[in-house]
Write a protein that binds this ligand. Structure first.
Ligand SMILES: C[S@@+](CC[C@H](N)C(=O)[O-])C[C@H]1O[C@@H](n2cnc3c(N)ncnc32)[C@H](O)[C@@H]1O
Length: 712
C-alpha cells in the first residue's frame, strides 16, 4: 500500500490557489487584495509555484494512519488465542509512505476497529489518495527513477497497480513547482478487457498525462511525431522510462495464489520465455538513449528471468547494460541474479544444453532458455531475486537496464525501412506491417536517421487548423499488429459515428473486437469552447487546444483535458496507428437543466485542480467553513439559508457553474489549515455540490478533524 502523493498533488494545487482565490465579499476584502486581471492572465506554465504549507500536509494520511488507526488496531484478538497484527510501515520504503496490512479477512469482518480502518482504506483508495498492492510490486516503479518530464511506457500495465504508482511518481515532485507535469505515461495492455481495468485505476488518480492503449507490447507501434512548433525535426516516439512487467507463470505468488499449486506446469515458463524476450527487446528498441527500462516478473524461474535478460542483452549487441542498483533501497533484502541455471524439458528431464535435445525436439525449445556461454560476463548478479522468506513478501524478480546506443532489429534484416514506410499511405503502411514475418518487429530509426529523411517522402504536414479537424485515433481501417492474436483483422470505426448516447462512448464491434469512439480535439473557435471561456472568464493563456471530446457531433456532453505532451502525440498523423482506449480527465460536463442558461457546462471534480486557477473572480464565491459544511451536509441547500454576505454574492450571479472557495489565510475561521475549492451548480433558488459522495465524505472527515484539532 502506498500513500498519498496524489492527495498532496491536489492539495498542493488547492493551496497554491489560495493566493489567487481571495475573499470576494466586499466586507472582507480590500481592493488591493483582489486578484488582478494579470493574475488570471498568467501563462499556464508560469502558474504559481509557491507551496508554503506543502511540507506540513504532504504526509497527512501517513500521520492519520500513525496517530488514529494504528493505536486502535494494536493487540486486537479476533479469534480465541489469535491476535491480528496492526499495520506497520515498510522499513525499506522512503518516508514511511508504504505500509503493510496483514490482518486476516476474519479480523476485518469481526472487529469494529479493523472494519472502520478497512472502510477508510477503501474510501481513500477510491478518492485516489492511497493505492493498495503487494509490497514487492512497488519495487519496479521505484527503480525507474521517474521525473515529471519523462515519457514513460508501461508495456503490460493491467490491472494497473504499478501504473498508479508511476502516475503518482510523475506528479509527486511537481506539486512543488508546477501543476501539470510535462511528461506522459502510456499504459498499455494486450488484453482489451484488461485494458479497461486500467481506465478505472487511472481515473482514480485524475491525471491529464495518461494515455491507455491496447497493443501487443512485443510489437508496440513506431510512431513518428509530426513537426510541432517546438520541434525542428520529425522524431520517433521513444521513451525515457519503460516498465516491462511481463506476463509470467506467477510462481512467486504461490503463497496467496493457491490455484498455481494445481495449475503450474513446466511448459508454462518454456512458452512464456519467447513472449517475454520479445516484449523486453521491443521495449529496449523504443527506449531513448540513456533511458532506463525495468523488467520484472512475479516468478522465480530463471527461464523467465535471467534467461530473458541474457538473451536481450545479447540481441542488443552491447547497447544495453544492466544497471548496478545495489545502493538502492538498502533496507530491502534481496539476492543477486543467477549466473547459470538448468533447464528441464516437459518430460522432466534435465537438459544440459540445447544441443543435447533430440533433433525432433530442438525446434520446440529456444536456445535462449539455456545460459549463454558468456553468462558470467553479463553482470547478471545485478538483477534482484526477492524470495518470500527474506521479508515475508511474494517472490519477485527485477532487472534494471540502461541503453547506450541504438538497438536495431534483431534479425539484421532490413525488411521495411522507415524510408519505405514513409512513402506509403497509412493503410498501405499498416498492411505492410501486417505482412512482416512475425519475428520482425517494426524497424526503429535513430532520431538522426529520421531527421535525414528527405522531407518530400514523409507524410505531408497539416496546418494546426487542419489537424484540429482530424479525429486523433483509429479513424482509418487498421490492421491489428497483434501477431499472436487469432483474430487479426481489419478494424474500422466510422469517422462520422453519431453519439446519441448522451455522454457515453460508442464502441463499434467488429468481429467481436470493440473499439472506442475516437478522441477529437476541439477547435478554439468551437462554440462550446467559446461559451465556457466567456462564461467562466477562462484566462486567455489557458491551453484550450488541449480540450478534447469523444464524438464527432457538434454538441458534447463531456469535455476532457490532456496535457501538452499527450496533445502533441495524438495530433501527430501517425498516432492513428495507436489503439487508444482512453485518455484525459473530465474538465466540464453538460448539465441537463431545462432552464436556459448562458453556459450549460459545469465543472467536473476531476479536472478542477487544473481549471480552477484560470477561472475569473466573477464566478467565484469566497466563503467560510459554515457555508462549506452546509453545502456538504444538505442536498441542494436553499440559497436563502446561507449567511447574508453569501446570499448577496450569489444573487449577483447568473445561474450556472460557480466555485466555492475557502481560503484559510483570509477566513475568520482560522481552524482550517488547508484551502478548499468546491465546484457548485447555482440554480435559481438552490445550490448543488458537484462532488462525488466518497469525496464529500473524505472532505467532511478532514474538516471535522481539523476543527477538532484546533479546538483542543
Ligand atoms: C503481470 S501482469 C501486469 C501487472 C501490472 N503491471 C500491474 O502492476 O498491475 C501482465 C499483463 O500483461 C498483459 N499481457 C500479456 N501479453 C501481453 C503482450 N504481448 N503485450 C502487452 N501486454 C500483455 C496481460 O494481459 C496482463 O495484464
Amino acid at each position: 500500500m502506498s500513500t498519498p502523493q496524489s492527495n498532496t498533488r491536489k492539495e498542493g494545487s488547492n493551496r497554491r490557489n489560495k493566493k489567487r482565490f481571495r475573499k470576494r465579499q466586499k466586507n472582507d476584502i480590500t481592493k488591493e487584495e483582489r486578484p488582478t486581471r494579470r493574475d488570471n492572465d498568467r501563462n499556464f506554465e508560469e502558474i504559481t509555484k509557491e507551496n508554503e504549507v506543502f511540507e506540513n500536509n504532504a504526509h497527512e494520511l501517513r500521520d492519520i494512519m500513525k496517530v488514529e488507526h494504528v493505536p486502535a488496531l494494536c493487540g486486537i484478538s479476533f479469534k480465541e488465542g489469535e491476535k491480528a497484527e496492526a499495520p506497520f510501515p515498510l522499513n525499506w520504503y522512503p518516508d514511511e509512505l508504504a505500509w503493510q496490512h496483514t490482518a486476516p479477512k476474519l479480523a476485518i469482518k469481526k472487529h469494529p476497529h479493523f472494519k472502520e480502518f478497512h472502510q477508510w482504506l477503501v474510501s481513500e483508495t477510491e478518492a485516489g489518495h492511497i493505492s493498495r498492492q503487494e509490497a514487492v510490486s512497488m519495487i519496479p516503479p521505484l527503480l525507474l527513477d521517474l521525473k515529471p518530464h519523462h515519457y514513460v511506457l508501461d508495456m503490460c500495465a493491467a490491472p494497473g497497480s504499478k501504473t498508479a504508482q508511476l502516475i503518482e511518481a510523475l506528479h509527486v515532485n511537481i506539486a512543488q513547482s508546477n501543476d501539470v507535469p510535462t511528461g506522459v505515461i502510456i499504459a498499455n495492455d494486450l488484453d482489451q478487457k484488461r485494458s479497461h481495468m486500467l481506465v478505472r485505476q487511472v481515473k482514480r488518480l485524475q491525471s491529464p498525462c495518461v494515455l491507455i492503449t491496447n497493443h501487443d507490447a512485443g510489437q508496440f507501434p513506431s510512431i513518428i511525431l509530426d513537426r510541432g512548433d517546438r520541434e525542428t525535426k520529425k522524431k520517433q516516439l521513444s521513451f525515457d522510462r519503460i516498465l516491462a512487467d511481463v506476463p509470467c507463470s506467477g510462481d512467486g505468488t504461490i503463497r496467496k495464489n493457491t490455484v498455481i499449486w494445481h495449475k503450474w506446469k513446466i511448459g508454462d515458463a518454456l512458452g512464456l520465455h519467447k513472449t517475454q524476450v520479445k516484449i523486453l527487446f521491443r521495449g529496449a528498441q523504443i527506449l531513448k538513449d540513456h533511458g532506463r527500462i525495468v523488467y520484472s516478473t512475479c516468478s522465480l524461474n530463471p527461464i523467465e528471468n535471467e534467461a530473458v535478460v541474457a538473451e536481450v542483452l545479447l540481441r542488443a549487441n552491447g547497447n544495453l547494460h544492466l544497471v548496478d542498483v545495489s545502493n538502492e533501497l538498502p533496507e530491502f533484502k534481496r539476492l543477486p541474479g543467477l549466473l547459470t541455471w538448468k533447464v528441464m524439458d516437459k518430460e522432466q528431464q534435465w537438459i544440459e544444453k540445447w544441443e543435447d535435445l533430440p533433433p525432433n525436439k530442438q525446434r520446440h525449445y529456444a536456445k535462449s532458455l539455456w545460459p549463454p556461454a558468456n553468462s558470467n560476463e553479463m553482470n547478471l548478479e545485478r538483477c534482484w531475486r526477492i524470495y518470500p522468506h527474506l521479508q515475508n513478501t511474494g517472490g519477485f524478480f527485477v532487472a534494471v537496464f540502461e541503453k547506450t546506443g541504438p538497438i536495431k532489429d534483431n534479425t539484421g534484416n532490413n525488411v521495411a525501412s522507415q524510408d519505405t514506410i514513409s512513402k506509403m499511405d497509412v493503410s498501405e503502411k499498416d498492411d505492410k506491417i501486417a505482412e512482416l514475418p512475425s519475428t520482425i518487429t517494426e524497424p526503429l530509426l535513430s532520431d538522426d536517421e529520421i531527421a535525414e529523411l528527405p522531407s518530400v517522402i514523409t507524410e505531408p504536414l497539416l496546418s494546426d487548423g487542419e489537424i484540429a479537424e482530424l479525429p486523433s485515433v483509429i479513424t482509418e481501417p487498421l490492421v491489428s499488429d497483434d501477431e499472436n492474436s487469432d483474430t487479426a483483422e481489419t478494424i474500422s470505426v466510422d469517422r462520422n459515428a453519431n453519439s446519441d448516447n448522451k455522454g457515453k462512448q460508442i464502441k463499434e464491434k467488429t468481429h467481436g473486437i470493440s473499439y472506442e469512439e475516437p478522441f477529437i480535439f476541439l477547435d478554439s473557435e468551437h462554440h462550446e469552447v467559446k461559451s465556457i471561456s466567456e462564461f467562466y472568464g477562462l484566462s486567455r493563456d489557458f491551453p484550450v487546444n488541449q480540450f478534447l471530446v469523444r464524438s464527432s457531433n457538434n454538441e458534447h456532453n463531456v469535455i476532457y483535458f490532456v496535457n501538452d505532451s499527450i496533445q502533441y502525440i495524438l495530433r501527430a498523423q501517425d498516432s492513428k496507428r495507436l489503439r487508444v482506449v482512453n485518455t484525459g480527465i473530465k474538465a466540464f460536463t453538460r448539465t441537463n437543466s431545462n432552464v436556459n442558461v448562458r453556459c450549460p457546462f459545469r465543472f467536473h471534480q476531476d479536472g478542477l485542480f487544473i481549471i480552477a486557477p484560470f477561472i475569473q473572480d466573477t464566478r467565484i464565491v469566497y466563503v467560510g467553513v459554515e457555508a462549506v459544511q452546509k453545502l456538504m451536509e444538505e442536498t441542494a441547500p436553499l440559497i436563502s439559508n446561507f449567511s447574508p454576505s453569501v446570499i448577496s454574492r450569489l444573487n449577483d450571479l447568473d445561474e450556472g457553474g460557480i466555485l466555492f472557495s475557502l481560503d484559510p489565510s483570509k477566513s475568520s475561521n482560522n481552524n482550517i489549515q488547508f484551502p478548499i475549492i468546491l465546484p457548485v451548480w447555482k440554480a435559481r433558488c438552490s445550490l448543488n455540490l458537484l462532488y462525488k459522495k466518497d469525496a464529500i465524505r473524505g472532505l467532511q472527515k478532514r474538516l471535522d478533524r481539523a476543527i477538532k484539532i484546533s479546538e483542543n
